[in-house]
Design a protein around this ligand. Structure first.
Ligand SMILES: Cc1cc2nc3c(=O)[nH]c(=O)nc-3n(C[C@H](O)[C@H](O)[C@H](O)COP(=O)(O)O)c2cc1C
Length: 223
């Protein structure tokens, strides 16, 4: 652990004005308030290309391969972090391509895995996903299980991060989307005015609460 703990908040969205980017800012502010030094990595703003390249493809015979300068810079940020918080919209029960590519290229052989003593061991990681589906959606539990298996176990645990969790903020669209057992998609009525404001304030609060619970932070100060 660094003397001043560092948090890497990874925002994975293609729009600067997205709810995802906003929740990333909320998470970063809460971490700062708790005393973390925050490295806010906005993959879109930094022009990260999620496509795998030859330079960044693992060489199974050389775990010390010199990857591209871009990826090495991202690896340094990953290694410097005590806490890693990717913030992303749930796409098809998984992560969007932008975040998938960051994992593919940066969580690479020799740095993230492939060492007898994992370099990422001891870090903590909260995957914070935003989902259009409401809590009552037929597939919500299945979505949680899938994300947990793939992200917490398949990525974090595989790379030596044992203290990891997945949190999903439902109803991100503001109108609750549900799919019933027969497969019918229902887009609820749009929220307007004060109800809409209250909905998004509650969503911010849910994001903060999940962070507080995961990191054992005290409740946020309220004015
Ligand atoms: C390509 C795509 C796939 C999506 N897949 C899912 C999904 O599998 N489950 C879900 O609950 N919502 C899904 N959604 C809804 C998004 O999670 C939701 O629009 C997003 O979290 C809203 O945040 P944003 O305003 O920052 O984009 C999907 C949306 C898109 C565009």
């Amino acid at each position: 652990m660094n003397a001043v703990p560092t948090a890497l908040v990874v925002v994975a969205h293609h729009r600067a004005d997205s709810l995802t980017a906003h929740v990333g800012d909320v998470a970063a502010a809460r971490l700062k308030e708790a005393g973390y030094e925050v490295d806010l990595l906005d993959l879109r703003a930094e022009g990260f290309d999620p496509r795998m390249t030859e330079a960044d493809q693992p060489d199974w015979g050389d775990r010390d391969k010199a990857y591209s300068p871009e990826v090495r810079a991202h690896m340094a940020r990953l290694l410097a972090a005590d806490v890693i918080v990717p913030v992303f919209p749930v796409y098809w029960n998984g992560v969007p391509a932008l975040l998938k590519g960051w994992i593919d290229r940066v969580w690479n052989y020799g740095t993230a895995y492939g060492r007898s003593r994992p370099r990422l061991a001891g870090k903590r990681m909260l995957w914070l996903g935003l989902a259009g589906a409401g809590d009552g959606d037929e597939f919500a539990a299945w979505m949680h299980e899938t994300l947990d298996r793939v992200l917490r176990e398949g990525v974090s645990f595989y790379c030596g991060i044992t203290d990891a969790a997945v949190a999903v903020l439902h109803d991100a669209e503001g109108e609750s989307q549900t799919v019933d057992a027969a497969g019918n998609f229902d887009q609820g009525a749009p929220l307007l005015g004060a109800a809409r404001t209250a909905h998004y304030e509650a969503l911010d609060r849910r994001a903060e609460t999940r962070l507080e619970a995961f990191l054992g932070l005290g409740p946020a100060q309220t004015l």
